[in-house]
Design a protein. Structure first.
Length: 498
């Protein structure tokens, strides 16, 4: 049995990674069944991570191989053979592989925002598929191939994903490198360039129309229906259906931690854009693991942000604060009336958080200080027991935003991310559309990085936090530019390549 294992917070059960399980077998029953891979602990793990990181020039998935379950299953030599074969296929078909992406201070960007403190940007725009998404999925591919090498996986299953763009494109690139067929469920109004790039990579593209809100993302519902068929496996960037993609995404957070150590630097705040929350959950998990292993002297505050067109995670965070205040016999004054018409309830919540958000600071700080105490633990237990009381599908108007890549109807990894935000005293803020556009334009002008509006949304979060007086401009902050702007890309090459 490997040192790594899977745990479910609700069952509670522990499962072997050798079993090829992607989600808790009790998923769908009451409670939060979000699997988490554990076992990265102790001095031996810390030494293995530090030793691997010293291999400068190697790809990210080699330098950080101690993080991945595939290495546990296949051993170092077996992992290297699988990795090199897949990386060679990626290089041949995509012209790039998973290298460590740049993390640099951006003084010009800081100056443009009127900041006196350091502003660090992790640039993922040059990654495989043009975003961070491929990281999540490459770990799943390595895991599948390690299982197959052991004889624990029959043949090559069909892989399925739901996405509005970047995730599907990354999935198509990674799946093709492994010789897997991918079925991508995308919105009916998907960007034609993305659809063409998917088909060019051999993906089977299914366009799904949206009729209404309140029942969940129709692409996700179609994806879930596909998983009912034999031989179809989840290849989506969400940990509720596939724990292994959180493992892959955590490499991004570990790169940040180790690169900052190399710069002899630290950050006070990390601001992360949230859609389905897998990206933010994975980065936050990496910071927590790094802290527990002694790589960080303290945890930075983890903040989350979402567009005003759809903010289900922010709503869940506010409900958690309200529940904590109620545990102490008080009230946070947060207007979260689920019995009111959705448009009215959401409008009142958004107005309150913009006007009164700073007044929540004592409650936020108290929750963080009391994180191990009985009241905070009771709230976290309630979230695990009744996740639907905090996170439910978006029931406002059909979500719209310039940052369309983070308009998920549900934060699928919200219960995995929320404790990290609460533990560190972070905030969850709603982004006005004007803030998103300003952040995108400022990022492009000040850095020259070809980031897309979704990819620059974390910067918009920083700007909103500072505008509300929730973040000191003299403190050090890190944001991640998660995706490339494809509007200036050349047109796709043409016919599909299987």
């Amino acid at each position: 049995m490997t040192a790594f294992r899977l745990t479910c917070p609700t069952c509670p059960e522990t499962y072997r990674i050798e079993d090829g399980r992607f989600s808790c077998p009790r998923r769908g029953e009451a409670g939060d069944h979000l699997l988490r891979r554990v076992g990265l602990e102790g001095n031996a793990a810390a030494r293995a991570i530090a030793r691997g990181w010293e291999r400068a020039g190697a790809g990210s998935f080699l330098r950080l191989q101690a993080l991945f379950s595939a290495r546990e299953l296949a051993g170092e030599d077996g992992y290297r053979r699988i990795h090199d074969r897949l990386e060679e296929a990626l290089a041949a078909r995509e012209g790039t592989v998973f290298r460590v992406t740049p993390l640099l201070p951006q003084p010009a960007l800081a100056a443009a925002l009127g900041r006196s403190g350091p502003l660090w940007v992790k640039d993922e725009t040059g990654n495989v598929g043009g975003s961070h998404k491929g990281r999540h999925l490459f770990a799943t591919l390595l895991y599948l191939e390690a299982l197959a090498a052991r004889g624990d996986a029959p043949g090559k299953p069909e892989l399925a994903i739901y996405s509005c763009g970047n995730a599907a494109l990354a999935a198509a690139a990674v799946a093709r490198a492994g010789g897997y067929r991918l079925r991508a469920f995308v919105p009916a109004d998907v960007d034609p360039r993305i659809a063409s790039l998917l088909e060019e990579r051999g993906a089977l593209v299914e366009r799904i129309a949206r009729a209404q809100t309140g029942e969940g993302d129709p692409c996700y519902l179609a994806f879930r229906e596909a998983l009912r068929r034999p031989g179809v496996l989840p290849f989506a960037c969400a940990g509720n259906d596939n724990w292994s993609n959180i493992e892959g995404g955590s490499a991004l957070g570990w790169e940040i931690v180790l690169a900052l150590r190399g710069h002899a630097a630290a950050v006070d705040h990390v601001v992360l854009q949230v859609g389905g929350a897998a990206f933010a959950r994975a980065v936050a998990q990496a910071f927590e693991e790094a802290f527990s292993l002694g790589f960080l002297p303290r945890l930075p505050k983890i903040h989350a942000c979402q567009p005003e067109g759809g903010f289900p995670f922010v709503r869940g965070w506010a409900l958690a604060l309200a529940a904590y205040a109620a545990r102490g016999g008080g009230s946070a004054g947060i207007p979260c009336d689920r019995l009111a018409p959705p448009a009215e309830a959401l409008g009142r919540l958004a107005a309150f958080l913009r006007a009164e958000g700073p007044s929540l600071s004592p409650l936020v700080d108290r929750f963080a200080a009391d994180f191990a105490g009985p009241a905070a633990r009771a709230v976290l237990a309630e979230i695990a027991r009744r996740p639907g009381a905090f996170f439910w599908p978006w029931d406002g108007a059909a979500p719209q935003s310039l940052a369309h890549g983070i308009l998920d109807d549900l934060p699928y990894d919200g219960t995995g991310l929320l404790p990290a935000v609460l533990r560190t005293g972070g905030r969850a803020v709603i982004l006005p559309e004007a803030r998103i556009r300003s952040a995108w334009e400022t990022a492009r002008a000040a850095t020259g990085i070809p980031v897309c509006p979704t990819g620059a949304a974390g910067l918009a979060g920083l700007m909103e936090l500072e505008a509300q007086g929730l973040l000191n401009p003299a403190e050090s902050v890190l944001v991640v530019f998660t995706g490339r702007d494809r509007s200036a890309d050349p047109p796709p090459k043409g016919p599909a390549t299987p």
